[in-house]
Design a protein around this ligand. Sequence first.
Ligand code: NAD
Length: 315
Amino acid sequence: MRAVVTGAAGFIGSHLCEHLLSRGDEVTGVDAMTRYYAPGRKRQNLTSLLGRDGFTFLRQDLLTAPLEPLLDGADAVYHLAGQPGVRGSWGPEFAVYVERNVLVTQRLLEAARATALPRLVYASSSSVYGNAETYPTRETARPQPVSPYGVTKLAAEHLCETYRTAFGVDAVSLRLFSVYGPRQRPDMAFSRLVTAALAGRTFTLYGDGGQSRDFTYVADVVTAMREAALSPWSGVANVGGGSEVTMNQVIGLLRVLGAPVRVVRAPTQRGDARRTAADIAVARGAFGFRPTTGVRDGLAAMVAAARSARPLSAA
Ligand code: NAD
């Protein structure tokens, strides 16, 4: 397959590029290297990819770059570029979320339509559910995001569905649930926990620690994305790790793994859902999705990777 990966220098995007190359796909990775977190980390995410046979990297902003030449001849586009994070999406920053999550997706869909792109896989988010109506949550539950970020992810997902029904753009939206693993974004809880534990620093826990997430290991996510691209199925599907774990349980697990962390408590943040849990029956039926890595093993892999990581050379 000839694949285009947007957000290729990011956490999930860089793992996806590695996975696609390992399966023999040809990959063009695109990334604007935004400053949501240190671009030095993104350069580091790319180190195992640059120079590899079958991989091309383009530093481009999808908000302004010509997209038809990029998509021309591609078999699939995996659209992961975006502005992540729920907490920073309030206030004036919302404009950036609209640009990077909504406008960029609409531009890509227009280009997909113009080039008759065979397949688009969009990285949507469990944040579209907010505090969900039911658990484990099915795709038919009414989305009710509790953050502006979730609103933009839902808007982009709706755009995929609109272009699919109006113009036959073959789009799949995967609602990813709290993805973790080596190279996780530095603002995410697991990353902050592991960094604090290894550096002997304190970890700020928002809320009482009883909030839970359906944590999903990154290798399971990228496998699901490729399987979704290869299948003939279209629509919206949850991609969750299959088990719901509280933050208090994660902190306990770290202790068991020999990386205890000292916790400082802070009030719950606006935009954080209390609980997420995915019903993954749709993804299982549509493209055989079966998560294989549980939280204990995934967290152990993260700790091991952080222990052996080179220090970041540039911010
Ligand atoms: P990330 O920030 O590490 O990766 C996103 C990448 O997109 C960054 O490298 C950034 O530079 C790039 N980007 C942003 N705007 C761009 C633009 N206009 N043009 C080109 N590149 C641009 O984030 P991540 O955690 O890897 O998430 C990837 C995608 O998955 C995002 O769309 C996110 O909303 C979605 N998602 C992530 C999670 C998670 O748990 N990490 C959960 C659900 C959904």
